[in-house]
Design a protein around this ligand. Sequence first.
Ligand code: ATP
Ligand code: MG
Length: 290
Amino acid sequence: MLQVHQLTKRFGDHVALDAVSFDLKAGETLAILGPSGSGKSTLLRCIQRLIAPDSGEIWFCGQPVSQLRGEELRAYRRRVGFVFQHPHLIEHMTVLENVALGPVMAGLSTNVALRLAAAALERVQLSDKARAYPASLSGGERQRAAIARTLALEPQLILWDEPTSALDPILVDEVLAIMAELASRRDRAMIVVTHEIPFALAVADRMALMERGKIVVQGEPEEVLVGSDAPLSRKFRRLYEVRYAGLYHHIGTRRGRKEAARSRSQQRLAGAALLRRLPAGWRWKGTISG
Ligand SMILES: Nc1ncnc2c1ncn2[C@@H]1O[C@H](COP(=O)(O)OP(=O)(O)OP(=O)(O)O)[C@@H](O)[C@H]1O
Ligand SMILES: [Mg+2]
């Protein structure tokens, strides 16, 4: 569904992305981890065409994204949703209106937009706050409203840029649970930039570690974190093991999930159930310097 080939982006002399390549299939979730400044946000911004790369190409469903113009580009941007670190809700509009804004801006009628918004709010379990104003929501609820705003456009690919890292720790899980549930449905692809390693292990099909603009290792999450001898893999492994002596527990949980997720209905439950099984104190809180 998505092919990124030799993507390179410079800001002046600084190479923010250096020949980044990877593929993503429909329904797959890719987790991207890496130190601050390694180019994670720049990669997502290039994929959504918020910025243009200097060289390389992105294909979405077989189409080269660099060649999209006008209405085609707008249509592409609707098919690729973005969830940012901060929810950026409009304070004088209700939650429902905030969520309906996307479809309205995309040219749909108000009635259709409101129907899509209501369905999206139900998916993030926020229907009871539809008439509330953002100021009355918790941080986690605000971020769930932002997720609903993205879902309302029914994107085929969702890009998540550290959607939980600005949240109060006790609110992180409710957002991760929604993300895990979305990933387990496998009806859209997701690229998740996150520092939540246990979450990435539990939910991602594939993982990529980035450093200085390059993907230094990518593959199955177990392979990347446990099986790889790349220095960045070792660094993540060491930091993780020092903080939470439970990495292998999570690997085991991930395998358990794979077995459990055979049927579609089981798949739906797997992500959320998994998160409930993670032990207390599992959250990744480390900052990693390059
Ligand atoms: N608009 C810009 N102008 C100049 N430099 C930029 C711009 N955007 C990003 N950079 C630089 O490119 C590099 C990669 O930035 P990016 O935001 O992609 O990193 P990141 O991996 O998302 O980091 P973080 O984990 O802190 O969000 C950094 O050195 C950053 O300073
Ligand atoms: Mg970033």
